[in-house]
Ligand binder design. Structure first.
Ligand code: PMP
Length: 372
């Protein structure tokens, strides 16, 4: 969709990346780190000063004590953390539970490990897990349960009660929870992020995954990290070692410096993204594209059933040409999609991008209604 958007000049509300500048201070720190000669291999688990800063952040935000040397691994984005964890922990004959609509990297990584995914569908509009269904899906082959909160693309969040339910279901088993928490700071309406790290029982059996691409508005940095107890971390690092080995040294130093100067970085993100979510909803009012509640992430689902009868895949393809806007259909994130008429829009965009994208969508929707 991004390629087609670039080719056609469409406004890209599809792929999740910001189109506004990153903090100039981070740019300076990257230049300084290169200038200071941090250009050779970093230690395999990560640059110590960055591991230290991450541990401090986890203590401050989740009240958890994490050993930076034994429990944190800096990875090539969250994608590598997920991939290395899956390769390390799942193998032939194993099953991984995933909740659809699922972020698209889980299933291929599980298959590459020789294991298989069991897809549990979440139903719109709330996209809430049914813990009885999860209980029924767990068996002796279940090795991983992959959760993602705030959830991309469903924009729903798990609460503390959900984590209790999951912990209860896994008690007595050797299942590992792979918890994708890249949108940890994008939780709205006064809610807070329920991390597996703050849940002592789950913390002991979880790999939690984070991304500086999301937190620092810089998806191209490709720096993330995995947090897990020492035994799980040791396994993950065996894959990391021969997968990416080490991550850009100067960028790690720069981020460590940035976190040192701005230890509360992330605290302003809920307000920042909530304002964008609300702006987009206001801009779409009266268009016939109905926003579902987005409780977290940088995405907004809209129901187009009032203005179009095509499938979401067909419509997203057509909208690039008909409206000049790139969007993402929701059903592609399901193994077996329930009937739905939902498109995902990204609101991590400049005001003018949101305004122009919404203007085009309104004009398109108005045209559809006129035809009807
Ligand atoms: N998980 C989810 C749910 C995501 O949305 C993304 C990025 N779109 C990732 C993981 C990957 O993060 P990164 O860009 O740091 O590899």
């Amino acid at each position: 969709m991004s390629r087609r958007a670039a080719e056609t000049g469409a406004i890209n509300l599809g792929q999740g990346f910001p189109d506004y500048p990153i903090d100039a201070r981070l740019t300076e720190l990257v230049a300084q780190a290169m200038g200071a000669g941090h250009n050779q291999y970093a230690p395999m688990p990560g640059v110590p000063s960055l591991l230290e800063q991450i541990a401090r952040k986890l203590q401050r935000v989740y009240g958890v004590s994490v050993d930076p040397g034994a429990e944190i691994t800096v990875t090539l984005g969250a994608t590598e953390a997920l991939y290395s964890a899956i390769q390390a922990l799942a193998g032939p004959g194993d099953e991984a539970l995933v909740f659809d609509p699922a972020y698209d990297s889980y299933d291929p990584a599980v298959r590459l490990a020789g294991a298989r995914c069991v897809h549990l569908p979440l139903a719109p509009p709330l996209f809430r897990p049914d813990w009885d269904q999860v209980r029924a899906a767990i068996n002796e082959r279940t090795r991983l349960v992959i959760i993602n909160s705030p959830q991309n693309p469903a924009c729903s969040c798990l609460g503390a009660g959900d984590l209790d339910s999951l912990a209860g279901l896994l008690r007595g088993s050797d299942c590992v929870v792979l918890s994708d928490e890249v949108y940890e700071h994008m939780v709205f309406d006064g809610s807070w992020h329920a991390s597996v790290l703050s849940h002592p029982e789950l913390r002991a059996r979880s790999v939690a995954v984070y991304s500086f691409g999301k937190t620092l508005h810089a998806t191209g940095l490709r720096i993330g990290y995995a947090v897990a107890p020492p035994g799980l971390t040791a396994e993950l690092r065996k894959v990391h070692q021969f997968n990416t080995f080490t991550i850009a040294t100067c960028l790690q130093h720069a981020i460590a410096g940035y976190l040192g100067e701005r230890p509360d970085c992330g605290a302003d993100l809920p307000g920042f993204f909530q304002a964008r979510r609300d702006r987009l909803a206001t801009l779409l009012e009266g268009s016939g594209l109905r926003p579902l509640r987005s409780a977290g992430s940088c995405f907004q689902l809209v129901d187009y059933s009032a203005v179009d009868t095509r499938s979401d895949v067909e419509l997203a393809g057509a909208l690039i040409d008909e409206a000049g806007v790139a969007t993402i259909p929701l059903s592609v994130f399901y193994r077996q999609p329930p009937p739905m008429t939902l498109l995902r829009l990204c609101f991590a965009k400049r005001d003018d991008t949101l305004a122009e994208g919404a203007r085009r969508l309104r004009a398109w929707a108005h045209g559809r209604r006129t035809i009807a």
